[in-house]
Ligand binder design. Structure first.
Ligand SMILES: [Zn+2]
Length: 177
């Protein structure tokens, strides 16, 4: 059994819902990869579990290094709701893997209230070679800002999807240094 991490006392109802949503996203991953997307998928839901927006990573497909799944999903949600501040909508973002340093900033700026993620960055890096960036104490920093975080949700299924991406010879993109 794997250990879920959180920056609040774990609420079993929130966790159970997050498990369902993250497993659902993981079940769609190979479809998106087959369309040329990167192996990450995110969705934003409101507190009544209405889907507001969902998007995959589209860095390669759209030639834009900003286009991580979280960035794309936040953009879609803000367009749909016609706002740059999602805070009044009490939204949660569900992501198949831990957000990278760029996406943490974007989540903070968006007003999203909760983050639920699957595979931790250290595992993503080990399996794929993607560089997730430095992230000092982000769970604590988010807690200070009133943003709840749950992580390491259904990581085994997530690891499987990432491994498939690599095994099938898909590109691990990163800047040449
Ligand atoms: Zn990212």
């Amino acid at each position: 059994m794997y250990q879920v991490i959180s920056n609040e006392k774990i609420n079993s109802i929130k966790l159970e819902n997050a498990r369902k949503i993250i497993l659902d996203l993981q079940s769609q991953m190979q479809y998106y990869i087959s369309k040329g997307h990167g192996p990450f998928l995110a969705a934003i839901y409101d507190e009544h579990f209405n889907l507001i927006a969902k998007a995959p990573n589209s860095v390669l497909r759209e030639n834009c290094s900003n286009n991580h799944a979280e960035m794309n999903t936040i953009k879609l949600a803000e367009e749909k709701l016609g706002t740059n501040d999602l805070a009044p909508y009490n939204l949660s973002i569900y992501v198949t893997a831990e957000p990278c340093i760029m996406c943490l900033g974007a989540i903070m700026w968006s007003g999203i209230r909760s983050v639920y993620y699957g595979v931790p960055s250290s595992t993503v890096e080990k399996i794929t070679g993607f560089d997730e960036g430095f992230k000092p104490n982000w769970l604590e920093e988010f807690k200070k800002r009133g943003i709840t975080v749950y992580g390491n949700i259904e990581p085994i299924e997530g690891e499987k999807q990432l491994a498939l991406y690599v095994e099938n010879g898909n590109k691990v993109y990163k800047p040449s240094r």
